[in-house]
Design a protein around this ligand. Structure first.
Ligand code: NI
Length: 425
């Protein structure tokens, strides 16, 4: 498959320069000059558009679109244990499949090309990735008391099974292990999951230091902060993504400034559940890799990374009374390049020859993009995601002129409404 995007501007390059971008197979073959023996199957007119790398959502639970606007304005523990988990118990794997596809439709429409998911429904997200073509790093959520816990062992088996399943159906997925949190997993269970991750070379994806209660309880129980505790179990010795990291002790910055580790910050979820502000500007200053996530639609209540970038930069400027923190450029880097590094895919996150073609076109005729002074600021501060016109994942067009090519939205909406009708009753 050969695709050329004609006369397009590339985000971050000279303001008036326009060029042609040639895509062969799954990667960018050349920028500017037509490669030898290029066979054109598709041409996209980029003359009123600019091209940017696809956004990478480093923390979500895609199926939780089913819980969108279902549990709001509640304290964290009441939200989680009183509303979200009881609803989750009532969901079937098929429900989760449709909820996941709805999440993918929303993400693609708002320029996200890859996401890190923690889910509770084995094989369902893999199946949805295979049918939508969306890239993901999947981690089946794990809870358990210790390595002999039958339920915990079963969940680990399911996590390993879906890796094989993903390979067998050619889904565009990577896999990791997803212990849910330090307050839902016992110490020996976390140790066991960590040993397994290291043995199999898998990334660990875990919620960490999300709430004040988690921080205080961990200090009381283990005499360590949540980050120190995770490190003491070996969790920072291999690739890991820690979602949230809102509550950090002085020592924690040094522990997290580790090339294995990424922090996925989720400003909307942290604000909505009243957990506060992660110290993102300080983390960046201390050399910690920070990526961006939306968290689930049960606590956001959307999966839109444009909104999330907007909140990220504004929340910290406002919270610290410092308009210089988190510049537009830094914010966009967090949602693209840093995300790519977090999932171990340095071939993503930028528009360069040789890189994998996970790309997003932005319509410069959208009212929120006019006038055109500074595209980087437009992405971080004024875009809302509706300006995304076309999306490519691995060189495949998954949205063309706002039409999704791989997801039957009408069917998805119907199926999700069918699920929701059970909970409205
Ligand atoms: Ni989460």
């Amino acid at each position: 498959m050969g695709i050329v995007i004609k006369n397009v501007h590339i985000l971050g390059q000279e303001r008036e320069k326009r060029t042609d971008v040639y895509i062969t197979g799954d990667h960018i073959a050349s920028i500017g000059k037509e490669p030898a023996s290029f066979l054109k199957d598709e041409e996209i007119d980029g003359s009123h558009k600019f091209l940017m790398p696809g956004l990478i959502n480093c923390h979500t639970h895609a199926y939780m679109t089913l819980m969108r606007n279902y549990a709001d304005d509640l304290p964290f523990h009441e939200w989680l244990f009183g509303r979200i988990l009881p609803m989750e118990d009532e969901l079937t794997p098929e429900d989760a499949y449709w909820g996941t596809l709805l999440g993918m439709a929303e993400m693609i429409r708002s320029g996200t090309t890859a996401f890190v998911d923690m889910h509770m429904f084995p094989r369902m997200v893999v199946k949805a990735c295979a049918s939508s073509g969306m890239r993901a790093l999947l981690t089946r959520g794990l809870v358990g008391s210790d390595r002999h816990d039958e339920g915990g062992k079963m969940r680990i088996e399911q996590a390993l099974d879906e890796m094989e399943y993903g390979k067998s159906i050619g889904a565009p997925c990577m896999f990791g292990l997803g212990p849910h949190a330090i307050y839902t997993c016992g110490e020996d269970f976390l140790r066991y999951v960590t040993e397994l991750a290291h043995e199999k070379g898998l990334l660990i994806n875990m919620h960490l230091a999300e709430t004040k209660k988690e921080f205080d309880d961990c200090l009381a129980e283990h005499g360590m902060t949540p980050v120190e505790y995770a490190a003491s179990l070996g969790m920072t010795d291999g690739p890991a993504i820690f979602a949230h990291c809102v509550y950090l002790g002085e020592n924690d910055f040094g522990i997290l400034a580790n090339p294995n580790v990424s922090v996925a910050t989720n400003p909307a979820s942290n604000m909505k559940l009243a957990n506060g502000f992660a110290p993102v500007p300080r983390m960046l200053k201390e050399g910690i890799r920070v990526a961006l996530g939306t968290d689930g639609a049960g606590s956001n209540n959307n999966l839109n990374l444009f909104t999330e970038m907007h909140l990220l930069t504004l929340a910290h400027k406002g919270n610290l009374c410092d308009s210089l923190v988190l510049s537009a450029e830094e914010t966009v880097r967090i949602a693209t390049k840093n995300g790519a590094a977090a999932i171990g895919r340095e071939d993503l996150g930028s528009v360069e020859p040789g890189k994998t073609a996970d790309l997003v076109l932005i319509d410069e005729n959208a009212p929120s993009m006019i006038p055109n002074y500074n595209r980087m600021a437009a992405v971080a501060y004024s875009a809302n995601g509706s300006e995304v016109s076309d999306v490519l994942i691995g060189g495949r067009i998954v949205m063309r002129d706002r039409q999704l090519m791989t997801i039957d939205e009408e069917r998805v909406h119907y199926e999700v409404e069918r699920v929701a009708s059970r909970f409205r009753a």
